[in-house]
Design a protein around this ligand. Structure first.
Ligand SMILES: [Zn+2]
Length: 146
C-alpha cells in the first residue's frame, strides 16, 4: 500500500488541503477536478486510504457508486447532457477515486483502442479558472441538496 501520510487525497479528504467541495459525509468526499475534462467533472473519494478501486471494501465501493448516481442526475440537469461517465483509472494519485464526467461528446472518455490515428498526442488537461470552479461547486452542492 502507498503511504497515506504522503497522499494528496488523504489530505483533501481530511480538509488539510482545501478543495472545491460538492458533497461530504462521514465516509466520502466529492470535489471538483481542477483540470476538468468538462465543466462539473467531479472526483469522489473515500476519506480512508485505499490505493485502488479493487482495494475498497465492498460497502464503500457501493457508497461511491450510489453517490455517483446522484451526482449524475444533478450534472444532467445542470449541463443538459444525455449521459454521465464514471471511471476509476488509478492514474496520478494512488488513492482510489471515481471520476464523474458529464459526457458532452462520446469521446470525452475514450479508450485508446478506438483511436485509429496512432500519432495522437495527449496534452495535460488545463486547470480551470478558480472563480469558475467556485461557482460550479456551489451549483452542484445546491443540486444535491434539492
Ligand atoms: Zn490516501
Amino acid at each position: 500500500m502507498s503511504d497515506p501520510n504522503n497522499c494528496l487525497f488523504c489530505k483533501i479528504g481530511s480538509g488539510k488541503i482545501p478543495s472545491y467541495k460538492v458533497y461530504e459525509d462521514d465516509d466520502l468526499l466529492a470535489f471538483l477536478d481542477i483540470a476538468p475534462i468538462r465543466d462539473g467533472h467531479v472526483l469522489i473519494i473515500p476519506k480512508s486510504h485505499h490505493d485502488y478501486f479493487d482495494d475498497l471494501p465492498e460497502e464503500l465501493a457501493a457508497k461511491i457508486i450510489v453517490l455517483a448516481q446522484k451526482m449524475a442526475k444533478v450534472q444532467k440537469r445542470l449541463y443538459g447532457v444525455k449521459r454521465v461517465g464514471i471511471m476509476f483509472t488509478g492514474v496520478d494519485v494512488e488513492h482510489a477515486h471515481c471520476h464523474v464526467v458529464p459526457m458532452v461528446k462520446a469521446s470525452d472518455i475514450t479508450s485508446r483502442q478506438y483511436i485509429t490515428n496512432d500519432d495522437l498526442e495527449f496534452a495535460p488537461r488545463p486547470h480551470a479558472d478558480a472563480e469558475e470552479l467556485s461557482v460550479i461547486s456551489k451549483q452542484i452542492q445546491a443540486g444535491l441538496s434539492a
